[in-house]
Design a protein around this ligand. Sequence first.
Ligand code: UT7
Length: 325
Amino acid sequence: MRKVGIIGVGEYLPQKVLSNHDLEKLVDTTDEWITTRTGIKERRIASDTEATSDLAIKAAREALAHAKLNPQDLDLIIVATVTGDMPFPSTASIVQNTLLAEKAAAFDISAACAGFVYALSIAEQFIARGTYKNALIIGAEKLSAVTDWQDRNTCVLLGDGAGACVLSEVKSGGILSVYLGCDGSNMELLNMPAGGSRKPASHETVDSRMHYLKMKGNELFKTAIRRMTMAAERALEQAGLNFKDVDLIVPHQANSRIILAVAKKLGIPEDKIYLNIEKYGNMSSASTVTALVEAVKEGRIKKGDIILLDAFGAGLVWGASIIKW
Ligand code: UT7
């Protein structure tokens, strides 16, 4: 089997910034509540003319330039998203067409906040087996399109953005392990009830606000800590490493209190945690990858470092990966 690593990274965050103070004017909330309960100070909101694929394409172009590859070099494009441009075709098809990535197969995956780690695992296997040479994986979301701006329980948490990575064969290091999991029995804790085949769009679903993301955050909180800790332990075990070997944990950014609790349980000190939730909030599948991209850009990740990706979200699903940079 070939060794597979990340050879290029890119991101795109929409220009419009929505601060906690802006939200104080929309719903009954305070900057103090949002900051202390979540760690979020502001988030980005895509414009009316920007769809998820537009964010994805900009992140993809940056990742391709960083990898010094052309779109025509790509064999595979995977977009992880729960807010695709439309139910079908896939957002990945739109990305493939716009990039003119003529020989690339393309599809979306739905694994919510763990979507990037799931996509990483799929792409890695195609390259490791020699089926494909170069893969582009993107986590992209326009969560503002499914946010209920009257619901203070959710609207203060979410944001829009995209991150992308190019995967290829590497001589040393690369992806050492990936651990994925799911427990569908708790799907009611985080979902969007209507718009699919169970409840197609109707006047009733629109009137009862069923096309918005619904979250029982409090009940998710403890499960998130438990599953992210377990996933990280399994990924470390599969890689034959332990928590002392980790140079940087790059987690899904849903809540800084969740992240700090996971790191504490794993025995990873705070200076080895990468956080950017303050600037972007929770961007579902775009969060982990954007954190990874920014950690690279800021020089927090050096060649040879052991990186732990760790994510949890709607499904419920979780995933962790160990990468030697
Ligand atoms: O992306 C992956 C999946 N997502 C997660 O893993 C998210 C997990 N959950 C969380 O991050 C947290 O549970 C939240 C940030 C969503 C909520 O924090 P919490 O500390 O669990 O608060 P809570 O839901 O227990 O609410 C505490 C109080 C409630 O008031 P009462 O009932 O105690 O009077 C809420 O109504 O805070 C109230 N509240 C707010 N107050 C001001 C809820 N939202 C707000 C708000 N502003 N925006």
